[in-house]
Design a protein around this ligand. Sequence first.
Ligand code: SF4
Ligand code: SF4
Length: 66
Amino acid sequence: MAKIEIDRRYCKSCGLCIGVCPKHLIRWSEEAGETGFFVEQVEEETCSGCRLCGIMCPDAAIRVYR
Ligand code: SF4
Ligand code: SF4
């Protein structure tokens, strides 16, 4: 099992991580900051730890733990 952590201080709400997750485990949150809505992980237990979301994030806001 793996999990991700999203650091909201760096997230600029671009949504790139949502599109890149092969398991569709990242979605828009209902909470927003200065740049728009944050993202959040769903169904944490099915995350493979592939790290695609962390690699894609242009602001290094995502850490992947395996
Ligand atoms: S790719 Fe990074 S900056 Fe863009 S929405 Fe996802 S966590 Fe935020
Ligand atoms: S590590 Fe891979 S499976 Fe897990 S949330 Fe990121 S892109 Fe999706």
